[in-house]
Each structure stands twice: as structure tokens, then as C-alpha cells.
Design a protein. Structure first.
Length: 374
């Protein structure tokens, strides 16, 4: 049965399409900063999803949960934790109030992304409202249900540009039985080389973070899995084992960008936060002059950099030379953005245009919204 909140959402979309009014789909607004402010975003009318809430179906034995888009992410995670389960990709929250729909639309994943997969890998089925106000369902509640183009996973990281996510079915996993964190004092090159070597071994490597702490490089490696596997890996890898309760809080801070490294960058208003994605095997990057060492995650594949907005072309060229890309993630409120986005491949542009036309022919769902997923 269609809820009153869902009926209102559908009616709002239909009216906007008829009148040509742009809509900004919003939950808790915890990720509005990603990519920086845009003119299109500021002129759009807000479509608040927080009234469309509730866990529709949860089968712990089947490792599947179906939930409405406006449901607070914290509420879902608490329910899963009470059953000994979790969202293994650790979606970043950045602040209180985030929603499940926003989590999927943003497509952002936390420290364990390199080992367990991204948000899109856990989306089994999805319900959306397209730009015509039509209610559409894709996928289901099992993994083997995909025939043709996988629209469900396409919505992960779409930033609301293709439709209003109203309901999603997610695969969940049991909370790991054992966990430990090892630390190593080493420079950036040594950390990357070691992570690359470990990546070729059968180790329960779940997450990693290298950061320059006051001029001294330190690598943090989190192991998760069966107790025997975690214990054996700790012996093989060496390092200093961290057993304090502070370790879990530190990984949460890494997930939500509240580590001192992130805070130090925010404290410098002339600097923006850049997200550089490169192959895990990429060596130390030749950052522009004056740019400090990055914070490195995902076993070398994700590198966060504090740099001015006008360093964009240099960062893009650097990332592309390493086989990756760079994107602007967070800027100060007073910054004026430049066009630093890399030009999309012509074939990809054509596909994007066709998708946009198919899902949102009137162009009401923020087609120029900047973002980055993964």
C-alpha cells in the first residue's frame, strides 16, 4: 500500500516536471558539501525525504534488509547491530542525521571498501520515482536476479540525478568475529610497498590508513575475520598491536573525516580537500609544490590531499598519469570554484545523456550535481 508520504513525493515530482521546476532531493543534508556549491543546487527546490521512513522487511537469516529512503542511517545500523550484523562497506556519515537514501545516492564507502566492496555491491533492489512521477522497481532481494542492465546498482552514486530513491533492499553481513589493528612506523613509499606485498597473500586485511603524524609516517592496518586467521596474520605481519578502546574510535574518525589530519586541513580556509583515486599499485605521487603528504586509504587506492582549488589541473594531470582521477571533495564556503573536472570520454558522455533522457526527460533532478562515489 502506498503511504501518504510516498504519495506526496510522487505528486511533487509530477508537478515539478509539468512546471519545469528543478528539485534537490535531500535527506539529512550531511553530504551537501561534496563537490562544492553549484548554482543549480542553490536554485532547486528541496524535496525532503525524511518523512518516508521505516524498515519494511528484515530477514537476519537471509542477510537482507529492505528500508525506506528517509530512514535514518543510524537507526538502520543500530537495528543491524542488535542482530550481530552490519553494513560492511562502512558508509561515511560526516554528521548526524544522514539517511539510507542519501547513503545510496552518494555511493560513498568507508575504510573497508577495498576489501569488502562498495555500496553498489550491496544493493539488491531499489524503488525509485523517475522524472515523470512514475514509480519503478528494479532488482529484488537476492543476488541472482539481474537480467540486462543493472539499474539498481546504477543508482548508487547517482546523487539523485536520475530519480528519487524511495526504497532499497540491501545485503548485510555478520559482524566480524575477530578484529585487531597493527601499526608500523614507516615512510609513504615503504607503506605502499608493504601494502602491495600483503595484498598478494591470504591475509584478512580489512582496512589501512597511512598518515604523516607530526613529521613521522605511521601505517595503521586493520585485520578482520575468523579469530584464528586474525591471530595468525598478526604474527606474520608483525608491527605493534593496538588493543585499546581508542582504536575503534580512530577508525570511526577515519570513516567520518574527523581525524586530526582532516581537521588540520579544514582549519586552513585556503585549502580544499581533494579525493585522488589511483590503482593500488601506484607509487608515491608527485604532488604539486607546497602540497603536504596525503592521507592514504584503501591499500593505496584512495589518497586524500589538502590543496588549493587552483591546484586542480596539476592534481588531475598527476592522477591521470598514474592511471586514476582526482575530484574536488570539500571546499570552504567562501571559495569560488573553477572548472577543474576532467572531460568525460565521448562514449561515456553519450551513455550519460541517454540515461538522463530516459529517467528524467524534463531535467528536474539536478543534472549538473557534482559528486564522487566509491
Amino acid at each position: 500500500m502506498e503511504s501518504a508520504a510516498l504519495s506526496q513525493i510522487i505528486e511533487r515530482v509530477r508537478e515539478s516536471a509539468q512546471q519545469g521546476r528543478a528539485l534537490r532531493i535531500s535527506g539529512g543534508g550531511t553530504k551537501d558539501f561534496v563537490g562544492g556549491p553549484t548554482v543549480a543546487l542553490s536554485r532547486a527546490e528541496r524535496l525532503d525525504m525524511r518523512g518516508h521512513v521505516g524498515i519494511v522487511d528484515y530477514e537476519p537469516s537471509e542477510l537482507v534488509v529492505t528500508v525506506r529512503a528517509g530512514t535514518p542511517l543510524a537507526e538502520l545500523e543500530a537495528e543491524l547491530a542488535s542482530r550481530g550484523q552490519c553494513l560492511p562497506f562502512e558508509p561515511p556519515r560526516f554528521a548526524a542525521g544522514g539517511t539510507v537514501g542519501g547513503m545510496v545516492a552518494a555511493g560513498l564507502s568507508g575504510p573497508s571498501r577495498a576489501s569488502v566492496g562498495a555500496v553498489r555491491d550491496y544493493v539488491l533492489g531499489i524503488e525509485i520515482i523517475n522524472g515523470k512521477g512514475e514509480q519503478l522497481r528494479f532488482g529484488g532481494q537476492v543476488m541472482k536476479n539481474v537480467a540486462g542492465y543493472d539499474v539498481s546498482r546504477l543508482m548508487a552514486g547517482s546523487w539523485g540525478t536520475l530519480g528519487v530513491i524511495t526504497e532499497v533492499s540491501l545485503k548485510v553481513l555478520p559482524t566480524p568475529v575477530a578484529e585487531t589493528t597493527l601499526t608500523f612506523e614507516c615512510d609513504q613509499a615503504s607503506a605502499l610497498a608493504q601494502l602491495h606485498a600483503w595484498g598478494g597473500q591470504p591475509l584478512p586485511l580489512n582496512a589501512s590508513c597511512w598518515v604523516d603524524e607530526g613529521g613521522k609516517g605511521r601505517l595503521y592496518v586493520r585485520l578482520r575475520g575468523a579469530r584464528a586467521a586474525v591471530e595468525a596474520a598478526g604474527v606474520v605481519m608483525g608491527g605493534e598491536r593496538q588493543e585499546s578502546a581508542q582504536v575503534a574510535a580512530d577508525w570511526e574518525a577515519c570513516r567520518d573525516h574527523t581525524l586530526p589530519w582532516f581537521a588540520d586541513g579544514v582549519a586552513q580556509p585556503e585549502l580544499a580537500l581533494w579525493r585522488v583515486s589511483v590503482p593500488q599499485t601506484a607509487h608515491v605521487l608527485a604532488l604539486p609544490q607546497g602540497v603536504a603528504a596525503p592521507l592514504i586509504e584503501w591499500q593505496g587506492a584512495l589518497r586524500w590531499v589538502h590543496a588549493p582549488v587552483d591546484a586542480g589541473p596539476a592534481l588531475l594531470a598527476m592522477a591521470q598519469s598514474a592511471g586514476g582521477h582526482a575530484s574536488l571533495f570539500r571546499v570552504g564556503e567562501a571559495m569560488h570554484l573553477q572548472d577543474v573536472a576532467p572531460k568525460q570520454d565521448a562514449a561515456l558522455q553519450a551513455v550519460s545523456r541517454r540515461l538522463q533522457q530516459a529517467f528524467d526527460p524534463a531535467g528536474i533532478f539536478q543534472p549538473h550535481r557534482m559528486g564522487t562515489g566509491g
